[in-house]
Design a protein around this ligand. Structure first.
Ligand code: FAD
Length: 309
């Protein structure tokens, strides 16, 4: 038997067939609707399935990548040669304690988690309601909005490393920085996180969520395919303003364009390739740097190989 056959045989022992996809277009799994095929994608429902998958990939030298909702991912047109572990609604339990402690699995969507938190009259997580990713992705990215950040609410996160070791990291050990954490630096997988929130008034919490979501609707091109803000906020500046001042509003390469509504968002107008999108990122970066001497750094994560690699 070939190695691939053996790998697939063992993968089938971990997952039922409806939880393994082969040659799956990544455009179906990213908010940008861009990306070629991944060789494999699996949808674990338990920590043990995640552990066994990592172990199997190690055994067969199969590259693997952890993803959540794909809302911050640009996948190359040639896709991914390896296996994607997608943590989604199958791995999304939430439990809420009397004292405002919330324990949730990495695959839960931030919107769902914020609904449950609000329903329990807990405040402090309103900022997360409109972030269109999973809890795991948000911890990895230290996602934030409107003055809130994961760093402020996460007490600890349980992670698994490439050797299959599981441990719980405290807030400090998670080394949160601006849109970064130790998860990214050390290629860890977030399994679950514990958040601490405060008792509040349910109506006020829901009003706040509505207000923030309304602000998003007003300011962001939510009707277009995007990965949110493409660039990190450069110190002392706003990426969107620099791009707008550089005259790049609406600037387009193929079907990849600078949003007319919010220049910090690069969008796919329908048929953009990852190649177009990458060229646009580079061109915007070059022009802004030339005009203002500020080097924009991508916030979006890249997966797969791109032409210039
Ligand atoms: C319209 C729109 C608005 C947005 N607004 C905001 C915003 O206000 N604030 C903000 O911070 N972001 C925003 N984003 C970006 C995105 O939603 C966040 O970065 C989000 O946290 C990504 O979560 P995800 O589950 O989609 O992660 P993915 O896109 O699937 O992955 C992103 C990164 O996280 C890693 N990752 C995902 N899950 C795990 C896990 N369980 N363990 C370890 N690593 C993991 C991946 O490997 C990858 O490196 C926006 C995106 C869109 C499309």
């Amino acid at each position: 038997m070939k190695d691939t056959d053996l790998f697939e045989k063992e993968l089938n022992e971990i997952f039922s067939s409806d939880r393994i996809l082969k040659n799956e277009p990544m455009s179906r799994h990213t908010s940008l609707r861009i990306g070629g095929n991944t060789d494999y994608m699996v949808f674990p429902a338990t920590i043990d399935e995640i552990r066994l998958t990592i172990k199997l990939c190690r055994k067969y030298d199969m590259p693997y990548y952890i993803m959540g909702n794909g809302s911050n991912l640009l996948v190359s047109d040639s896709g991914y040669r390896g296996l994607i572990i997608k943590l989604s609604d199958r791995f999304s339990n939430i439990s809420v304690e009397e004292d405002g402690t919330v324990l949730a699995q990495a695959g839960v969507l931030m919107s769902k988690l914020s609904n449950v938190i609000a329903a329990n009259s807990l405040t402090g997580f309103e900022f997360g309601a409109g972030i269109p990713g999973t809890l795991g992705g948000a911890v990895a990215m230290n996602a934030g909005a409107y003055g809130g950040e994961m760093q402020q609410v996460v007490i600890s996160a349980t992670v698994i490393d490439g050797d299959g070791n599981i441990r719980t990291l405290s807030n400090k050990e998670l080394e949160f920085g601006y849109r970064s954490s130790v998860i990214q630096k050390k290629d860890l997988c977030v399994l679950e996180a514990t958040l601490k929130l405060n008792k509040g008034d349910k109506r006020q919490i829901l009003d706040k969520i509505r207000e923030l979501n309304h602000l998003r609707q007003l300011k962001q091109p939510l009707d277009k395919f995007s990965a949110g803000s493409t660039f990190k906020r450069p110190e002392g500046h706003f990426a969107g303003k620099l791009i707008s001042d550089a005259g790049l509003r609406g600037f387009q390469i193929g079907d990849a364009a600078v949003s007319e509504k919010h220049c910090g968002f690069l969008v796919n107008k329908g048929n953009a390739t990852a190649g177009d999108f990458m060229k646009l990122i580079k061109e915007v970066t070059r022009i802004v740097n030339e005009k203002y001497g500020v080097l924009l750094e991508p916030e979006v994560k890249f997966l797969g190989t791109f032409d210039s690699d």
